[in-house]
Design a protein around this ligand. Sequence first.
Ligand code: DX5
Ligand code: ZN
Length: 219
Amino acid sequence: MKKILVAPSILSADFSDLAKEIRIIESAGADWVHIDVMDGHFVPNITIGPVVVKSFRKVTKLPFDVHLMIKEPEKYWKEFQKAGADLITFHSEISADKKKLAQEIRSAGIKAGISVKPATPVSEIEDLLPFLDLVLVMTVEPGFGGQSFMCDMLAKIANLRKIIDNNKYACLIEVDGGINASTGAQCAQAGADVLVSGNYIFTAPNPKEAICSLTTGNN
Ligand code: DX5
Ligand code: ZN
């Protein structure tokens, strides 16, 4: 069986002590750190910028999975790359040239991902798959942690899996929103490679057990 990666979303962490929270998830077995960047335009919430991401680089060597929920990622991605991002995911619903953006990100020596909101069909991004390292399927409306998983997205994940496998694209599928042991197992079954999880991990009495349960499907 393939290894499922876990990327805890620090959006649900204690923002007054993010260094400690990152160390906790690192020792609990996190594979990546998922960092949600929101600009108050693309989504109705504002979070953190590159200065904060840069400060995390002193805390951990884990890969930084930066999810840009911003209107103009073409203007800001470089700052996140300089701050230490290993993977930068932008949204398919932006107006910039997405193929060009993916190519620019990759030419900076890091990975490029694209994210689809729940209402965006896979057909919108199919042509871009050869230029991407990852597709992030949103399983809630982006903007806030702690929402409920949208089961309708399982068919979208399965469809994407089929397209990626049939064409032998080297593109991972990541899922984000409402992921716990049960929904995570359903996503893995549908073909997801990476599970983002915020609320479930950071409210768990034992984050290590929570992370473990995401890869084993046991609660
Ligand atoms: C939502 C963010 C997610 C979110 C995940 O816009 O992209 O990463 O924080 O958190 P949970 O697991 O709590 O839904
Ligand atoms: Zn996210």
